[in-house]
Design a protein. Structure first.
Lengths: 394, 266
């Protein structure tokens, strides 16, 4: 790809100019998972995995030119499909006055809500890494950004589509059908289609806002049955508008995200509008300063209105967050999703604490209960899990 | 409103030669010293520095944090700050952008590098501990004159210096303190020691400044302490702040204090 070549020579030219600052770290994550309610004998019940993420970053030219290289490798003792490597970041960024230009592979986040990230669309979800959708694959891009007094306008050129990858069929969190890994694209250029996006964001007093537009290949596939019985992921061309707003008033954070997606061809998906909105309220210094307590509530709606195909079509998310004011930065988040149409419920707990001065121990647990047989999560009803992980830094 | 209150303070200050001939109330004298101290430390325009934070619990067990800071002086409003966390490593790359506004709530954004997310956060938590330390957020925030009311108490020796002793009472919302007693040296108007009294008016913490260095710059000379030691008398814990690499001649300007800049800090 000519795009890759450009980066390569760009990086080469810059390195020969001499670096002024460099920082290299390696993060190693050890992960042990136990699936506590497996009934299907074809699924494994426990798993051990390792994630390795080196990061090399630095700058030239008095900090105006910044580079970052972050590869990622996942080794998994049970699920071969989950073993994968990705370049999360490999880019050069030039900041000059109010302009910023970035070329290469990057990650970008848009949005304000906690329980889902509707507006966030630039990067493909790394579905092998977790079910919360917060892990992303690196996306090749040229990004140009202009800052004004209280606003930023950013344009994206996105050459090179990253297809979603899927867990092996023996993984308890795998989709309940075999998948053909040769996807179908609406675009004739297939994964070489060039996508575009624009984002205008800013703040005014207590309000932070973003308005975004994306045109190109949908990151989310739909599926069609193939001749061999496996399902084929298909990626249509879409136009998606997004709005995100947060009002920060005292200890209240009020949040709203809305998207509207239009498929160029109905065969690839049904047009829809979806929204998630709610609040987070914090009580600071509870129990004589021992911890801060946050209460979160977010409501999800979707014009497709079908619990059997859409995850958050009429769902309520309620959670509480405990942030301890200790030297170990201990945290605990417990949340529950309840489908308002059929009462299907899932419970999630996340806890973390710094250990050995420089490492982090995390616990994550998810339980599915009362899942209606027509709900999109029905196949996960026996996929409860507890995961313990340790992040080490070198 | 800020500009107005600051103007009033400045005019109070410029009117000094007349009023100081007359009998001054302790409140007027306290304000006069606070304004003089603020004036003495104005005009630095921008500065970058590094900070090492050593937390000690009652048993003497230590944990460390490293943070780099960039500050921008703002005329007619509170200053702008960027803090980048370097250690502990699990929060490396996390950064915070603050636009302080004196008596009004500050605007504050947090950058989470693992998911590349910039999050607007509430700045209500003034009295909470910063990074689990004995420093509260309000102790490390921009010290604008209008954030306190003042009362001159006495003059006394403070170590090798002669000091003014002033009581100051927070006027901003959500402070964890009923009052503070501050020792300011008479020669250079530098804070030497501050005692913090909790909402129940019991002595909570003492902050001691040591190792003052004078930094000569194109915009004047400014004093900064190499070490700030905060001791909590109620818990027996303490935190040391060790400052280094002060640079008062950076190219930092307004364009380095926005959300894009927050995401590209190194």
């Amino acid at each position: 790809m000519c795009f890759r070549k450009t980066i390569f020579f760009g990086v080469l030219a810059v390195f020969s100019a001499g670096a002024s600052a460099m920082d290299a770290t390696v993060k190693i994550e050890l992960e042990a998972t136990s699936y506590t309610s497996i009934e299907d004998e074809s699924k494994f019940e426990d798993n051990v995995a390792v994630g390795i993420e080196p990061e090399i970053k630095g700058s030239f030219n008095d900090g105006d030119l910044i580079y970052n290289f972050t590869p990622f490798i996942r080794l998994d003792s049970r699920d071969e499909e989950r073993q994968h490597a990705d370049i999360r970041e490999l880019h050069l960024l030039n900041a000059l006055d109010d302009w910023e230009l970035s070329i290469g592979i990057s990650k970008v986040f848009w949005g304000v809500t906690e329980s889902s990230h509707l507006v966030d669309i630039i990067n493909q979800t790394d579905a092998l890494e977790g079910i919360d959708g917060e892990d992303k694959l690196g996306q090749p891009m040229v990004r140009v950004s202009r800052s004004f007094e209280e606003t930023v306008l950013t344009g994206f050129l996105l050459p090179g589509f990253r297809e979603r990858e899927f867990l092996g069929s023996d993984n308890p969190l795998a989709l309940p059908f075999p998948i053909n890994n040769d996807p179908v694209y609406q675009s004739d250029a297939e994964e070489l289609n060039i996508d575009y996006a624009l984002r205008f964001s800013g703040y005014k007093g207590i309000i932070d806002y973003g308005l975004s537009w994306f045109h190109g290949t949908s990151r989310e596939p739909s599926f069609m049955p193939g001749f061999d019985g496996r399902l084929i992921p298909q990626y249509g061309l879409i136009d998606q508008w997004g709005v995100d707003i947060q009002a920060t008033i005292d200890a209240w954070l009020w949040k709203l995200e809305v998207i509207n997606r239009n498929y160029d061809d109905d065969a690839f998906g049904e047009d829809f509008t979806a929204a998630v909105g709610g609040f987070e309220y914090s009580f600071y210094g509870m129990a004589d300063g021992l911890f801060d307590l946050g209460l979160l509530a977010e409501y999800h709606t979707d014009s497709r209105n079908d619990p059997s195909s859409v995850n958050f079509q009429n769902d309520l998310f309620l959670a509480t967050r405990l942030a301890f004011n200790d030297a170990e930065s201990s945290e605990l988040l417990a949340g529950i999703f309840v489908d308002q149409d059929d009462d299907s419920t899932s419970l999630r707990i996340e806890g973390s604490r710094r250990v050995f001065g420089d490492a982090k121990l995390s616990l994550e647990a998810q339980a599915f209960s009362n899942i209606d047989e027509n709900n999109v999560s029905y196949e996960f009803r026996n996929s409860d899990f507890v995961e313990l992980s340790l992040e080490l830094y070198f | 409103m800020h500009t107005l209150s600051k103007l009033m303070i400045v005019s109070a200050f410029t009117a000094l030669p007349v009023t100081s001939l007359l009998a001054q109330t302790p409140e007027e004298k306290g304000l006069e010293i606070a304004v003089a101290s603020d004036q003495r430390d104005s005009g630095w325009i921008n500065v970058s520095s590094e900070m090492e934070m050593i937390l000690r619990n009652r048993a003497g067990k230590e944990s460390k944090r490293k943070i780099t800071n960039r500050n921008l002086e703002v005329d007619g409003d509170g200053d702008k700050f960027l803090s980048l966390f370097k250690q502990p490593r699990d929060v490396e790359g996390t950064a915070m952008l603050t636009f302080s506004h004196g008596l009004e709530p500050d605007d504050q954004w947090l950058y989470l590098p693992s998911i590349k997310r910039v999050k607007r956060i509430s700045s209500k938590n003034k009295s909470g501990p910063f990074m689990g330390s004995e420093f509260a957020f309000e102790d490390l925030s921009s010290q604008e004159v209008e954030k306190y009311s003042y009362k001159f108490l006495q003059e006394e020796a403070c170590g090798e210096f002669e000091c003014y002793v002033i009581e100051r009472i927070p006027q901003y919302k959500n402070s964890g303190y009923k009052r503070q007693i501050s020792w300011i040296d008479k020669a250079e108007y530098r804070p030497m020691k501050i005692e913090f009294y909790d909402r129940k008016n019991s002595l909570l913490k003492t902050l001691v400044y040591t190792g003052y260095q004078e930094y000569e710059t194109a915009n004047g000379s400014f004093w900064r302490a190499d070490k700030m030691e905060m001791s909590n008398h109620q818990t027996g814990k303490s935190t040391s702040l060790l400052w280094s690499n002060y640079d008062f001649e950076t190219s930092l300007s307004d364009k380095d204090f926005n959300q894009n800049a927050l995401k590209r800090l190194l």
